[in-house]
Design a protein around this ligand. Structure first.
Ligand code: GLN
Length: 472
């Protein structure tokens, strides 16, 4: 019953379970597993139980919201009023948020319950959730392996049944890659579909709030509630939000493309290749048109992504100065040394690396050589991606080139770690929506993910196809 909101809600409506019992179930799961998995940084038992008791009354009165029954977690970059918010970094110290993110307010208004705050890579920078100041997250399928990242705590919480759904952030794959490492569904909406008011900024022209669930159906319902216009975020589109959860049947046989040059390449992990090729063969047998195409700019995805996001991050993270938030060094002589010591002591290595890189690419002598050029390449990648999506309905690929690796295995090699994002960054560079659904396992039993991308604001079709592929 605890795999989908639909079944939980059915049981609530027929009174075979109460909301208080549902919350108790998740609290027990957290008690039993979190000390091993390290997915939640903080849990809110009393509040969750109090909210549950109120929702039970609303269920009785027939006034419960669309999301009654949903118990969810928030990645530690999404603001929840009067709760701690740290981006898994020491620099925010004991900072408590004075506001809730717009998405959080919308979910609460429909009676979702937030049960806790979830561990992640510091400031969402990473692909393994090892960059947290509060220890690595462990994959529930094999606790010696990483969860993926940066929304690792969110993915593992859903994977292990410590909550039903979670919100993460996706700048270059941080919802989809951990979802694929943990065998759950991870959805990144179109850039501008969802408000980011209350999301700690990393790369502002890339950042999107995404959803992790076991079922595509649940993602559709959550997106329907949280998407749409917001006076606090001018980047949100005013396009109307379709009732995604009611539009989950495919309307036509889609035409599908995949990048032949990567999928057929021998350098891709063989189990990943076989799983994705197996799915493609299956689709062909079902009568779908699935064609291999070439993408000319593949080698530019990661350099473009890392130049632009580090540049944006270096600007966004300048506000953590030791004065305004949380941590302040006690070791200083003047204002400048207060800034320097606070930042040097409280930021982790990966965050420092990116601030340095970003400051470098924005410096006067290198601005045109790196930043301006990367902006132009980004435009080419966007144009080419859009061109493909006028001929095809979807682009299929693996979500990540490998499955979950061992904790510590790639920690000393940033380039190797950045390669984990090779398939996921395209959707953020182009601003299009993308979703990952589970697609079998490798020979060690670790989950593999299949990624689907499509046109801007075409989430309805994306979710319908994903539901089909997820066998729902
Ligand atoms: N792994 C990528 C990075 O480190 C993606 C992060 C994200 O999407 N937040 O930048």
């Amino acid at each position: 019953m605890f795999d989908s909101l639909y079944t939980i809600r059915k049981n609530l409506d027929s009174r075979s379970i109460t909301m208080v019992e549902v919350v108790r179930h998740y609290l027990q799961q957290i008690d039993a597993q979190n000390h091993i998995l390290n997915a939640f940084l903080e849990v809110y038992p009393e509040e969750a139980l109090a909210q549950a008791a109120q929702i039970d009354q609303k269920l009785e009165a027939g006034t419960a919201g669309k999301l009654a029954g949903l118990v969810m977690g928030l990645k530690d970059v999404i603001a929840y009023k009067n709760h701690k918010l740290t981006a898994s970094s020491r620099i925010l110290g004991d900072f408590r948020s004075q506001i809730s993110a717009t998405v959080v307010e919308k979910l609460l208004a429909e009676d979702a319950i937030i049960i806790g705050r979830q561990n992640c890579d510091e400031f969402a920078m990473g692909s393994s959730s090892e960059n947290s100041a509060f220890g690595a997250v462990h994959n529930a399928a094999d606790t010696s392996r990483v969860s993926g990242g940066s929304s690792g705590g969110s993915a593992v919480s859903v994977q292990s049944g410590m909550c039903l759904a979670a919100l993460g952030s996706d700048t270059g794959g941080s919802v989809r890659q951990p979802a694929s490492f943990c065998g759950v569904v991870g959805m990144k909406p179109t850039y501008g579909r969802v408000s980011r008011h209350g999301l700690i900024a990393y790369g502002s022209s890339f950042d999107v709030i995404g959803i992790l669930t076991k079922k595509v159906q649940d993602s559709a319902l959550i997106l329907e509630v949280m998407a749409g216009k917001d006076d606090f975020d001018a980047t949100v589109s005013s396009l109307p939000v379709p009732p995604y959860s009611k539009l989950l049947e495919m309307q036509k046989q889609p035409k599908i493309a995949y990048f032949g040059n990567i999928l057929e390449s021998k350098s891709l992990n063989a189990d990943v290749r076989n799983a994705i090729m197996g799915k493609i063969d299956f689709l062909k047998q079902q009568g779908f048109t699935v064609e291999a195409i070439d993408f000319p700019y593949l080698d530019y995805f990661l350099p473009t992504y890392y130049i632009l996001t580090t540049a944006e991050a270096s600007t966004n993270l300048s506000r953590y100065d030791g004065i305004r938030y949380g941590y302040r060094s006690s070791n200083f002589t003047d204002l400048e040394s207060l800034y320097k010591h606070s930042r040097s002591e409280a930021f982790g290595d990966e965050v420092k690396r990116r601030i340095l890189l970003g400051t470098f690419v924005l410096s006067a002598s290198y601005f045109d050589a790196y930043f301006t050029k990367a902006q132009k390449v980004r435009r080419l990648i966007q144009q080419k991606t859009n061109e493909i999506l006028t001929k095809y309905d979807f682009i299929l690929s693996p979500t990540s080139p490998s499955t979950a690796f061992k904790i510590g295995e790639k920690a000393s090699d940033p380039i190797e770690m950045y390669l984990a994002d090779i398939f996921s960054v395209q959707a953020n560079l182009a601003g299009i929506p993308a979703i990952t659904v589970p697609c079998g396992q490798d020979q060690n039993g670790m989950p593999i993910g299949l990624q689907i991308m499509n046109q801007h604001f075409a989430e309805t079709e994306l979710l319908a196809f994903a539901k089909y592929l997820n066998g729902e």
